[in-house]
Design a protein around this ligand. Sequence first.
Ligand code: 5RP
Length: 292
Amino acid sequence: MPEVDKEGKTYYEDIPQRGKLFFLKGSTELDWGMKNRLSRIFNPSDGHTVMLAIDHGYFQGPTSGLERIDVNIVPLLPDADVLMCTRGILRTIISPDITIPVVIRASGGPSILKELSDEQIAMDIEDCIRLGVCATAIQVFIGGQFESRSVINMTRLVDAGLRYGIPTMAVTAVGKDMVRDAKYFRLATRMCAELGAQYVKTYYVDEGFETVTAACPVPIVIAGGKKQPELDALKMAYNAIDQGASGVDMGRNIFQSDSPEGMMKAIKAIVHGKEKPEKAYDLYQTIKNKKN
Ligand code: 5RP
C-alpha cells in the first residue's frame, strides 16, 4: 500500500496562479514549443539576438570569408547567440555538441548565375525536426519575378512549422533593381508577418526604419548586407536596435572583417549591452590589435 499523502496547507487557494506575458512582440498566442524555440533565439532578458549568418553558399558558393567554415567560422560560435546555416554545412562541419540554437536555410534553387527569385522550399520539415533546429529561414521576393510563388512557399513552410512548433523566419530579399526604402520594407515585412512568419529578416534603411519596425507585428532582425567599414556596420546595428529591431542576422560584415572575432564581440556589445558604436568600435580594435 502506498503511504497516505499528508494533507497540508499547500494549495495557496488565495493566490491566483502565476503566469506572465510572453516577452516577444506578437508571439503571445503561439504554442509552447514555438515560444520555447523563440526563447532560445531571442534572449528573454532583453528580447534581442545576435545571429551569425553563414548560409550564403546556398546560392553563391564559397564566398569570401566562407571558404573554410571549419577554420574561420567555428571559432566565432561561442560569441553568437544563434547560427544560421544550411543543412549541408551543419552536417559536414558543425559539431553536434554546440549549445547555441540553429536557424536553418530551408529555401534554394537558383544560383547567382540565374534569376534568384526562382526559389523553392529546399528541405522537408521532417529534416528540420531531425536536426533539432529552432527555426527555418526562407527568402521572399516581394516585387520580384517569382513574387507570388516565393510568398506561397513561405506560407507552406509556415504551415509545416505550425504543425511541429518550428518558427519561420521570412527573409525579405531585394532584387538588384529594387528601391530599398522604408516604403518597400514596410510592404515586404508586413506581408510576411500577415501571411504567418513568426519573425522577419530585412535590411536597415537610414530614413524611416522605425516605421518598418512599428508596422510589423512580429520581431524584425536586420541583415548586414554588403561589407562596410567596421564603424559604419556598428552604427547601422546600433541604429537598427534603437529604432525597434530585435537583433541582427549578420554575415559579411562579420566574417569579411579583418577581425571577425572583434566584430562579433562589438556587435554583441551593441545588441545586448546597448553600447554606443564608437565604444564598440574600440572593443573591435582592441581585440584586433591583441591578435596581431
Ligand atoms: C542570404 C541571406 C544571408 O543570410 C543574409 O543576407 C545575411 O548576411 P549578410 O549580413 O551578409 O547580408 O539571407 O540571402
